[in-house]
Design a binder for this molecule. Structure first.
Ligand code: AHM
Ligand code: MG
Length: 335
């Protein structure tokens, strides 16, 4: 069968939607081209001199790896000249970056986590890039307005992630289902390898960092205890557990074979609101998961409905197979 490259996919998908949004197409193409460069840098590993600490910290007080900084620079540079964006925001930068004055401004906002799972970089385990696209509100002075980015996840026009693993894959939604591409390394292009991914509704696999168990709130403790009790407990079935510690890899496994992913709020992270970031981790993943038939909640609220209050806001995350997310949410309702 003739390969469908990402450009052809986007043109045909927009045609089928009766929509011509060349700027959105350009935006996604530019982001995915930047991801190819990140993939190449990661693939070189120690030979490319890209492993190890950068010796700097980001706004969240986390130590940056060389590849965090490099991936951020690659995405920033790639996206400033095209005329499709009004501003960019990244996990690695305190404030949104306006488009430099010498370039035209466009109508979209791009948010990204340039390298998710960075604790896995130096041990050769999968990492990835997560991105989210919003429309820039009309009449906003983007250069000074973090406010423009504070839109609920339902307003996203596109979201995606890559996994730099044994193969480099890209998972993308523009609101018409979820589609998977694989990087053909010889040709240098993303090729459509699975259309319309659907998450199995039920699962017997959960994903949580169990070393935080002593900090969990009662509903999460009860839910996980019941999963661990297996067929001898109230759930009446055995569960398996997986935790890569790269959200991209854990979510991708769930998208492929089902499962539930939890990064709940706990007594360690309560003050900051949770661990994962709403705008460039939870929202794009929630959009993708819902588009694939799954669900995403904080335990109390649908993630995509949350009105963000600040750029680097953190929230609790429960996402994956729809029926299992609903079960976990029911435990929260029981106090
Ligand atoms: P990062 O964006 O700084 O890499 O942090 C997010 C990552 C997620 O990919 C992953 O699910 C989680 O943090 C892992 O947390 P932990 O180290 O507690 O296992
Ligand atoms: Mg991350």
């Amino acid at each position: 069968m003739k390969p469908v490259y990402i450009t052809q996919f986007l043109v045909e998908e927009q045609r089928a939607m009766g929509e011509s949004a060349p700027d959105l197409r350009l935006l996604i193409e530019v982001v995915t081209r930047a991801c190819k460069r990140i993939s190449i840098a990661i693939g070189k590993g120690a030979l490319g001199g890209v492993l190890g600490e950068a010796g700097t910290g980001n706004v969240q007080g986390e130590a940056q790896k060389k590849l965090d900084v490099l991936s951020n620079d690659i995405l920033m540079e790639a996206n400033e000249w095209g005329g499709h964006l009004a501003a960019l925001a990244s996990e690695e930068m305190e404030h949104p970056q306006p488009i430099p004055e010498q370039y035209p401004q466009g109508g979209y906002l791009l948010l990204f986590d340039p390298l998710d799972g960075s604790s896995n970089i130096d041990v050769n385990i999968s990492v990835g890039t997560i991105f989210s696209v919003l429309r820039a509100p009309e009449g906003t002075d983007i250069a000074h307005a973090e406010k423009a980015f504070l839109q609920p996840g339902v307003k996203q026009v596109a979201a995606g992630y890559t996994v730099y693993g044994p193969s480099t894959i890209l998972v993308l939604t523009i609101g018409t289902g979820v589609h998977q591409f694989t990087l053909d390394r010889e040709i240098g292009s993303f090729v459509l390898t699975q259309r319309d991914l659907k998450i199995p509704e039920q699962t017997r696999e959960f994903s949580i960092n169990a070393s935080n168990a002593r900090y969990w709130d009662a509903p999460v403790k009860r839910y996980i205890d019941d999963c661990l009790a297996g067929k001898d407990g109230p759930r009446g079935q055995d569960f398996n557990m997986r935790w890569v510690a790269s959200m991209v890899a854990d979510v991708h496994r769930i998208l492929t074979r089902g499962g539930v992913f939890l990064y709940p709020i706990d007594s360690k992270t309560r003050e900051q609101g949770g661990k994962l970031r709403l705008l460039y981790e939870a929202n794009p993943m929630a959009f993708i998961v819902e588009q694939a038939g799954g669900a995403a909640s904080t335990g109390h609220q649908r993630i995509l409905d949350i009105q963000p209050e600040k750029l680097h806001q953190r929230i609790p995350v429960i996402l994956g197979s729809r029926l299992e997310v609903e079960t976990a949410v029911r435990y929260h309702g029981q106090g």
